[in-house]
Each structure stands twice: as C-alpha cells, then as structure tokens.
Design a protein around this ligand. Structure first.
Ligand SMILES: [Zn+2]
Length: 475
C-alpha cells in the first residue's frame, strides 16, 4: 500500500471481520467491502470474492474488524478547547461564569481551533458523521470558523446554527445576555447565508432555536418553518434541566415537549437534544409526531441534569441517536465511552442489569444515529449504494480480547486508540491512527494558543490557577 491508495476510487478491503449493521444484522467472520466512487458497491463473505470483477485493487485488513463509521448526533465542535474548565461547576454557575463570557471570546479563529481539536479526537476514535450546534451571536463568524475546520478535516457534518431571542431573567440556567438575542428575520438570513456558503456533499446546515424558554414562539416557528422549507434538519436543546422543566410548567402550564407540540414543530424533520424531563404523555407525543432524540448520557450526568430515560424513548419507537455534546460538558469526545455510559446509566437507574446490550449501543451509534439525523439512506450501515463511511478496528488490542466476545468488548471494554483506519466517502482520512488531513501537532498547538487567549480574555485563567489544592512549581 502506498500514498496513491488514498486517491483510489475503487478498491476492495478484505481479510477482515465485518459488522454491516444492516437491518438483518449480517456479520462476516471473514468478509470484504467493495468501494466504488465513494459508495459501498458490495459487502459480503470472503467466499464471494471470487465472483467480483477482476482487477480491482485489494487491501488486506488482517486482524481487523470493519464496521460503519460512528454517528454523533449532538455536539459543539467549537468547544473543543474548553475542556476541563467547568469541572464540578453547577449548570447555573457554568452559564453565568463560563458560557456567556467564554462565548464572547470564542471568535472565528478560536472556534476553528476548538473544532480542529474536537474533530481530530472524534475522527481518530471513529466518528464519521457529526452534528455540531454553534451560536450565531455574538460572533456571527464563529460557525464559519467551525465549518472551515470541518471542510479541512473531511468529516461528514451537520452544523446547526443556534439562536436565542428571549430569556427568563433571574433564572441563571435560562438567562440570556441581551446582546446575544437576535430577531427571527436576522437569524433566518444568517442560516440561509451559511447554507449558501458551506453546503456540500459532506456538509449540511440546520436551523436551531436553542430552547423553549430562551426563544419566543415566533423564533421557534421561524426556525422550524425555514428548516422545513429548505429541507434542513430543525434542532433544539430541550427538557435538559430540572429548572427548565419547572419554569416551563409554571410559564406555559405544560412540559417542554408538550409546549413544542402546541407550537406544531415536532415532526420527522425535528431532532431534540437531551430530552430528560418529560412525562409519559410527552413521550407518546414525541413518538406520534415522529421527532427524533439525541440522548447525551455523559453530558447529562456531568451536570447532574437528570436521567434521560433511554428505555422509555426506545420502547415508544422514537428514533434515538447518541450525542457526545461539547468538550465543555462531557469532557471527552470519545464515542465509545458514550455508548458504554448510555447502557450503564440505564441499567443503574432502572435497577435492571438485563437492559440493553453492546449490540444496542452499536446500533444507536451507527444506524440509530443516522435515522435520528434523517441520513439513514446515506450512512449508518454498510449496504450497497450507501456512502463508504467506515472504520477498521485493530481487534488485537488487549482490551478487545478475547476474540470470542469481541462485539461485547467493543462497547464495554473499548480502547478508542484501537481505531486504525477511518474512511469517509471512500477517502481514508485516518490511516494507521494518523489523520491524513489535519496535522496533529499543529492542531494541538493551535488549541493551546486559542485556549490561552480565551482564558486571558475571560479571566478564567485566575480561576483555574486557584482551583483545587495543587501546589504547582513552575520554575
Ligand atoms: Zn448541547
């Protein structure tokens, strides 16, 4: 294999275990994947190789496990540099001291630096489709910085532009500084601009009204209408804290989901993130409307925001994907950890050790996520005609042994460093654990510089210096 391999438009990978994650759950102990023009041309058992056309270059992936790339249904790539600042900070304090002042400092350049770091981490761990929600205010170019980083990286992505125009003053978790609020007409224009400037085969734009209480009915309806008109995804952060839930009950006399049903914005083109605080009736409403959910178990636990009832959402037949959320609320961007957390959190909370399976976690992180994003025709499983987005895992890592329980070990005993190769649209973007488009050292140096600027501008450097009992000796 040489550098020209990365340019090849047609090739066959063989000599590897293959999990297709198709509807019938076909898996091959020794299988192959045939890629042509960025798409899956065929997949099957090694015995079928003989019947394929002659002369197609072959790559051996001996000792590997090949499966669809992972789909992250919720995150904030620009937050890649904000890891570790907010540990053990209650959510309300996080908004007041962290989020708003930091957003001010998060300009286009810092957003791009954060995104490159998060993209590098996600892609090295096997994510091939990611959703990133980015604020449109106060720095209207923040999303452009993130989109620039995405297009450099080769990631398949949806960037949703978050907007706010309302606030519950006095409730820190729902307050919004005045200068962050914008008019629906301006928000619509900006979403359309992003779509014009950045849409491509790999990148799509989505419209987002941030929350039920942070947006007026007009804003929520305007973002939803625009999304439906332009065939975009409509996204929101919803029912993500007890405070939001209680305030919504008080203000509207119903929960967040019921309020969105009232606005008429729950439908198949809607993806809601978090969705922790809802009644059984609201679960039925969500299911009946066909809206999808990004379940973000690590971020939910990080802020003790409540337990999202994954089992109830799945039982109701709701489309569910798994979200990492940003590095400021997780803090890792490791999808394997999120898969494990999703199952363990539900087992523990329901007191039911029989809940779920590694298979379910893999399903949620691949075809489940693709369905939640409305992208199941393109990605999420390895089937002819779908995008050739897949990963090859080194099955010989100690954490993945023994081989007899490999599928369970992928989820419950994963080593994210085991991801050897990552392909997006047939392009090998990660080769032997090395990103082929993003320069590792430059990404880290850029992240460190951007973080230093953000900390200095916000005064959070002083906070970090005094946190904990460490006695740092810095020469
Ligand atoms: Zn979020």
């Amino acid at each position: 294999m040489d550098a020209a391999d990365n340019e090849a438009t047609e090739f066959i990978i063989h000599d590897t275990m293959v999990l297709t994650m198709d509807g019938a759950r076909n898996a091959y102990e020794s299988g192959y994947l045939w890629v042509r023009d960025g798409l899956v041309a065929g997949v099957g058992d090694a015995t079928g190789l003989e019947a394929l056309p002659r002369g197609i270059p072959r790559r051996s992936a001996a000792g590997g496990l090949l499966m669809p790339g992972l789909v992250n249904t919720h995150g904030h790539l620009s937050n890649g540099i904000l890891r570790g600042i907010y540990d053990e900070m209650p959510l309300a304090v996080w908004f007041e001291r962290g989020m708003w002042p930091v957003l001010e400092a998060l300009d286009e350049e810092a957003g791009a630096a954060g995104a490159r770091l998060a993209l590098l981490e996600q892609m090295l761990a096997g994510v091939t489709t990611t959703l990133s929600a980015e604020f449109g205010t106060p720095n209207p170019r923040l999303a452009d910085g993130v989109l620039q980083a995405i297009s450099e990286s080769g990631m398949r992505a949806i960037v949703s532009r978050m907007t706010v125009d309302s606030a519950v003053e006095g409730l820190a978790s729902q307050a919004v500084p005045r200068k962050y609020r914008e008019r629906p007409v301006d928000a619509c224009r900006e979403v359309e601009r992003l779509q014009q400037d950045w849409c491509s085969e790999r990148i799509a734009i989505a419209a987002e009204a941030l929350g039920v209480l942070r947006c007026s009915a007009e804003m929520i309806e305007a973002m939803h209408d625009l999304a439906m008109r332009s065939r975009m995804l409509f996204t929101m952060h919803v029912a993500s804290s007890r405070e939001e839930h209680q305030e919504c009950l008080q203000r509207h006399g119903r929960g967040c989901i019921a309020q969105l049903a009232e606005y008429g914005v729950l439908g198949e083109g809607t993806l809601l993130a978090h969705v922790i605080w809802l009644s059984p009736e609201e679960v039925r409403q969500l299911a009946a409307a066909g809206a999808a959910v990004s379940h973000n178990p690590v971020a939910n636990a990080y802020y003790a925001s409540g337990h999202g009832d994954l089992g109830a959402l799945l039982d109701a037949g709701i489309r569910v994907g798994l979200g990492l959320d940003g590095a400021s609320t997780n803090n890792s961007q490791n999808p394997w950890e999120t898969m494990k957390a999703a199952i363990l959190d539900q087992k523990q909370h329901a007191g039911d050790a029989a809940f779920g399976s590694a298979e379910l976690a893999l399903e949620l992180a691949t075809r489940g996520g693709a369905r939640a994003l409305g992208m199941e025709v393109q990605v999420g499983s390895l089937e002819p005609g779908k995008k050739a987005d897949f990963i090859v895992i080194d099955a010989s890592r100690p954490a993945l042994a023994p081989r007899q329980t490999l599928v369970s070990n992928l989820v419950y005993s994963h080593d994210p460093g085991a991801v050897r190769d990552v392909y997006i649209g047939g392009e090998r973007v990660v080769r032997d654990g090395v990103h082929q488009r993003l320069a590792h050292d430059e990404v880290l140096a850029g992240a460190n510089e951007a973080m230093a600027r953000v900390l200095e501008r916000t005064g959070l450097d002083g906070y970090l210096a005094t946190r904990g009992g460490w006695r740092w000796h810095r020469g």
